[in-house]
Design a protein around this ligand. Sequence first.
Ligand SMILES: *[C@@H]1O[C@H](CO)[C@@H](O)[C@H](O)[C@H]1NC(C)=O
Ligand SMILES: *[C@@H]1O[C@H](CO)[C@@H](O)[C@H](O)[C@H]1NC(C)=O
Ligand SMILES: *[C@@H]1O[C@H](CO)[C@@H](O)[C@H](O)[C@H]1NC(C)=O
Length: 540
Amino acid sequence: MFGKGVASGSVVALLAILWFWRHSTETTFGDPAEVREQIEEAFLKSWRDYSLHGFGFDVYKPSARTYHNMARSGDPLGWIIVDSLDTMFMMYNSSTTHRSELLKGILESQTWIDNQLTYDIDAEVNIFETTIRMIGGLLSAYYWSTLLTVGNPNIYLNKAVDLADRLSLAFSQTKSGIPYSSINLRTGQAIKNHVDDGASSTAEFTTLQLEFKYLSYVTGNKSYWQLAEQVYSPLYSVNPLLGPMDGLVPIYTDPDSGRFMGKNVRLGSRGDSFYEYLLKQYLLTHEKLYYDLYRASVEGVKRHLVALSQPNNLVYIGEKPWGLRGPLDSKMDHLVCFMGGLLAMGATEGLPISKARKADFWDTTRESDWQLAQDLTYTCYKMYEQSPSGLAPEIVVFNDGAVIPQKSWVSPQGDFYVKPNDRHNLQRPETVESIMFLYHLTKDKKYRQWGYEIWRSFDKHTRSSRGKAYSSLQDCMRVPTKLLDNLESFWLAETLKYLHLLFQDNVDLTKAVFNTEAHAFPVFNTTILRELDLKTGWAP
Ligand SMILES: *[C@@H]1O[C@H](CO)[C@@H](O)[C@H](O)[C@H]1NC(C)=O
Ligand SMILES: *[C@@H]1O[C@H](CO)[C@@H](O)[C@H](O)[C@H]1NC(C)=O
Ligand SMILES: *[C@@H]1O[C@H](CO)[C@@H](O)[C@H](O)[C@H]1NC(C)=O
């Protein structure tokens, strides 16, 4: 009996050790520096593959190894190279093992930008995407290049100015000062949206301000600042935004009048970064007005859009497709997962939570924002943790008690489901972005743990067909996953950057602000702002 007990006890112990070993090697991280190296290696895998087989092209498919440019004229816009640059600078600065390869990548990119990239091309570009990715990427590269004295910062700045001057022409082609959604870089002709009755997406023209204001700050030319801020005046005066609309914006706006079109309110696509840039302007430029506008919007979000799932009370942000008085649709885009990090930064202004709670600005409203930030980030983590691949789909619908459509995938704990058309995963950043912010504001290791699990799932399930690079997925709701065969530039610009930052120590979130494409700009010095006479030029 004694002997038998020992035998079965040791079998159990052995099984436990085996389980723990397997489980721990897969999902528990050890040394943060080692995780950073893994993430650098992943970045370099994608980068090496791209530079060998598609360098200079805007669109690249890592499995087929085919590529093309987006502009009708066939000219490149620098989409992948410019978006990737500041991630290379950042990794270069903190890496121990990959410095020389990252430096090589930076200098090759710089040479390409200097010699191959011209904006004097017959290309019709989306003003928003070009601003956040290209002007944002160039200005952040300018910042890093200056800071680390690596490369030639003027190459980046001059390109950014050239591009911004071309985009600037769009602001004077409507009476309202709200630009149409696209512009021809050579002719300067702004072009109304071809679909949606010519509407501009509300989040598009309200997501240019960090980039244009930073450009004014570094060049001393006030025009960029003024052009970018003038879009708010019609928006807040033509629409009762601070009245019955509770700070919440429909996703379409008529650019000629500034009037909202339709009633669809959501924090997913076409709505998201309107809210993001209100807060981030305040954090970057210290303009109090934008904190107040952000505050009004967050109150609206809490009043109209926040809800709890069944049965486990996951906190989510739903949509109001028929206006604020209509029913809440429990659908949530993965894009909405940026809100955890944003609310956390709005509450703390980048200070660690223990310090923020002692600051003069702290009050019950901020405490409530902070709680919501943590709850939403947890929900977004669950969107990964519950999925078969460990990766979240593009859209989930939370269980609000209504009938679940057939053919949906239902999460094991029953809180959300995924419709057949929403099973893709584009390697988006928003969840790891929020996790990164919450980690540095709390130093709570659970956030690194969540981020690590997500990182392992990306590494395991988003490899391109030869396994030498990574690709977005057509279906992440099954294993093996199904590839889309595309290298999204935000995989390099954002997702891997935020993951890397999560495992860095001493990240001070009061010093820099990330634009909506994860390009970082330094918080403005108020003395310099005064010297340049850069200040808020409108009131709602
Ligand atoms: C660059 O790396 C050094 C050393 O790790 C670090 O102290 C510094 O904060 C980093 N710079 C930036 C801008 O992250
Ligand atoms: C300032 O920027 C505006 C807007 O792009 C441009 O038209 C103007 O030429 C610039 N002024 C100077 C002095 O560079
Ligand atoms: C802001 O800029 C002024 C003028 O250049 C400089 O003297 C001051 O040290 C700067 N302040 C900070 C906090 O960097």
